[in-house]
Design a protein around this ligand. Sequence first.
Ligand code: SF4
Length: 753
Amino acid sequence: MAFDIEMIKAVYEKYPSRISAARKAVGRSLTLTEKILYAHLTQGEPSKAFERGVSYVDFNPDRVAMQDATAQMALLQFMQAGRNQAAVPSTVHCDHLIQAEVGATADLNKAKDKNREVYDFLSSVSNKYGIGFWKPGAGIIHQVVLENYAFPGGMMIGTDSHTPNAGGLGMIAIGVGGADACDVMAGLPWELKFPKLIGVKLTGKLSGWTSAKDVILKVAGILTVKGGTGAVVEYFGDGARSLSATGKGTICNMGAEIGATTSIFGYDQKSEAYLRGTERGDMADMANEIKEHLTGDEEVYNHPEKYFDQVIEINLSELEPHINGPFTPDLAWPLSKFAAAVRENGWPAKLEVGLIGSCTNSSYEDISRAASLAKQAVDKKLIAKSEYTITPGSEQVRYTVDRDGFLDIFGQMGGVVLANACGPCIGQWARHGAEKQEKNSIITSFNRNFAKRADGNPNTHAFVASPEIVTALAIAGDLTFNPIKDTLTNEEGQQVKLEEPAGLELPTKGFAVEDAGYQAPATDGSKVEVIVDIKSERLQLLEPFKAWEGTDLKGLKLLIKAKGKCTTDHISMAGPWLRYRGHLDNISNNMLIGAVNAYNGETNKVKNQLSGEYGEVPAVQRQYKLHGVGSIVVGDENYGEGSSREHAAMEPRFLGVRAILVKSFARIHETNLKKQGMLALTFANASDYDLIQEDDSIDINGLTSFRPGLPLSVVLNHADGSKHEIQVNHTYNEGQIEWFKAGSALNLIKASV
Ligand code: SF4
């Protein structure tokens, strides 16, 4: 699990010259975000022309991290790229597929059994291609990355939305789809819309019951779930420097809940202490040498309003603990107002379960502070009224907090330690009785609390708070309990009060672990065989898509004219389909089943032009494929918005759809379609959407002279013999046209080896 010191050295060597060139080019002081982005530009000098929220720019990330659910398709694609090794240091983390039920050991063993084929595949493919593999039970991706790989001033992409956790250690870390991860591992640049910048100035110092979690709970309340969209949130000020590195990680992690591209803190003494505490003193020494480049310029932080698009100020000394929810993470309640909100809104006051941990809040500091409350409960003869679970973020944290006696204290309080995995945070929770869908309340230190997320019950009111507040409320079993002022009745009938929590940022005896759960890749992977059972329902090796036949496309059948919102969820649903993420044929049975057919207002019911009968979208498309007939999908505005999952582009390609013609695209989906060798086209006149008829046979002309900026023409051959010829636009550049011609970007990458 070497942390690539040579790679980091090479990154740091570039910093001084890159940053001074950047200052010169833009003619002003720089934020930390700008410094890191400019240091990772693929080529050329930083430019004044990079317009925030507008320009797309190519970067060279230093690392890739993948969680097991998304890694499957990313690595199946990577296998198609013809590379012997991943071009940048990369890791896979088995954390999302472990279901919490009775406790760590039994749950982990069950998961290993149930997901064996997926783990065997991920382990073998990682071994072959030089990718580090973290076994099931090793920990949750973001905590493991923070402990081992995150470094100040670095840039990482990860196939998980909470990748920004590494921003706590000063890294620009961004969640992406598997296709992007595949490209970067294949050595291609990665494109990002130059972000807007939100500055959060923190003053004062945390004390008492307030913790780093409350900073992001407060920020979520201010910015809401949409307020960070397209922006990087940069934290600075004395208050920022007073927070532990893991506390900063918590804040950056949950920044995903406000839609931020990522969040970041500058390098400081707390970062250095964490690096040394996690046995990365040599990295700290290197960072110290260029530390002025690993934080924003003084002038920026003195006059933030001149450099950020929006500035927020929070005084940590005045910040109250917060509880956010239910059903959304931006409904922020200061603790002093929460009990009244519970009563006024009729939320169930009885607290059923308190859950601490997850990648968001499972540091040594978090666990030690929560344990200080559990110890008080035991000492003061209080019996916890709610169920209580602890999810350590990594085996290293679990081992260390066990050694230091904290798990024992939780056990005495009645707590159950779950596996070092996502578990209830991603709905992997066999919560007994959830199927009855009763109205109830739970509180967690996780980051998301949308309906059904934890246990599938739409009536579970899930609230989010710090591990300390979760623990106090679990002891009380009552959502209206305010530990700052209320007392509790103990077993002996006495009124007792919980004292403020206390903990340690880092273990005084250092971290320890017997088996961290890491598998290093083979030095020479050429002989390693990737394990995929050809009978598997969950995994299937990919076949390259066919190259373009070199002619215009004639006689395409209209598969569906989708009306209204058509997100990647409508195109490739999640839920039970997640099981098939590594099996393109099987998951393709969900293709467009959520899209609304403009002709009948129904979902998953379209006309089969070969038989004249109506059928399910994937079944009709399979008929077209069987008969060698191409098809076309027509859509409305912002087609493909939402998650960047590549399945939404791969499934239509796999089943033989040749083009997607819409009023407008969500850009990431448009790029994903191009990468898979599809035609992504837009109506030159949006009203031409109305000309498309249900029985149309459609020709796409102009492909033999396909060029950037040159529109194509589409002929709609209607069933009554009449025709319309319309113009359609595209945004393909030269390189992307080559992807189309080759059949996919991967085919082209492979050809270049
Ligand atoms: S613990 Fe929760 S937020 Fe963290 S990676 Fe797992 S599912 Fe995502």
